[in-house]
Design a binder for this molecule. Structure first.
Ligand code: SAM
Length: 273
């Protein structure tokens, strides 16, 4: 994959988005997307002009609502646990089987956006989508090396072993979970179900793919991340897409509150097959 950046009038887009975001059905979307990834997803889906959006990972339904705001496309919403929904879409077709086990043969391959927020290994999802010939992917949890709870394309391209990263600093609620997390790379050698891989192989595999990879920029660069690590060391020098001087006080305050929810989000575009 090759990294690309796309020129956009972020301020104009954000002004339009912010009026929509103020009407979100779930005001505090704990455990789900906050303003930086909501904005990114809204922009990326709008640009794709899809006929279908398939999301995997619904949680309480905020992302389903967002997709409705971004497009008139048909929506397929997948989650193994549908019981957490608070927002119910009239337009979405709800499915509670894993994405890997769905018959997707009838979907328009280059007019469908696959949006993954299901905390499943991103390489697996990319390959599963490509097997059907899909061209447009969004990975919501594009975690940086050593952080987060699911293997991401960002980690894999950095050659970092993050199936269960040994130095992960996420919010393990107690010492028992912390210890378990650190034991996982060792246990992975014996535990059949553990996700394990050779980091160099995955790095090579991704480098060999003729796909475009875009990391959507944050709304604001903070001194530290949600994991209390240094922002620039964690994400690299990706500048914020908005200038605080050009923002309303209301938008600035909300970005101040939710902006650390950024964990990197990316889109992948692959050629038609
Ligand atoms: C982070 S939440 C999704 C947040 C949601 N997109 C939002 O923005 O509010 C992750 C969701 O993935 C779901 N999930 C876990 N494994 C899954 C799988 N294999 N397929 C689909 N969804 C899955 C969980 O049940 C949970 O609802």
């Amino acid at each position: 994959m090759r990294s690309v950046t796309r020129g956009r009038d972020y301020h104009a887009l954000f002004d339009e988005f912010f009026d929509i975001y103020k009407r979100r059905p779930i005001v505090s979307n704990d455990g789900g997307m906050l303003i930086p990834h909501m904005f990114a997803t809204w922009v990326l889906i709008r640009e794709a002009k899809p006929e279908v959006v398939l999301e995997s990972g619904i949680w309480r339904g905020q992302s389903t609502w967002l997709i409705e705001q971004a497009t008139d496309a048909d929506i397929i919403s997948v989650d193994l646990e549908l019981g957490n929904r608070v927002y119910f879409s009239k337009r979405a077709r709800y499915v509670d089987y894993d994405f890997a086990h769905l018959d997707l043969s009838a979907l328009p391959k280059s007019k469908t956006v696959l949006f993954f927020d299901d905390h499943v290994n991103a390489f697996d999802r990319l390959m599963q989508g490509r097997a059907w010939g899909f061209t447009n992917f969004i990975f919501e949890d594009n975690y940086p090396p050593g952080l987060g709870d699911t293997p991401s394309l960002k980690q894999m391209q950095a050659g970092s072993y993050d199936a269960h990263g040994p130095d992960r600093k996420g919010d393990a609620p107690n010492w028992r979970q912390k210890a378990l997390r650190n034991l996982r790379p060792m246990l992975a050698k014996w535990v059949y179900r553990a996700e394990r891989y050779d980091a160099a192989q995955l790095q090579g595999a991704l480098a060999a793919l003729n796909y475009e990879y875009e990391e959507f920029p944050p709304l604001k660069v903070f001194p530290d991340t949600r994991w209390q690590t240094d922002w620039r060391k964690t994400y690299g020098d990706i500048p914020a897409c908005l200038d605080p001087a050009k923002m309303s006080a209301e938008a600035a305050a909300l970005i101040e509150r939710e902006g650390r929810g950024y964990t990197s989000i990316c889109s992948v575009r692959a050629p038609e097959v």
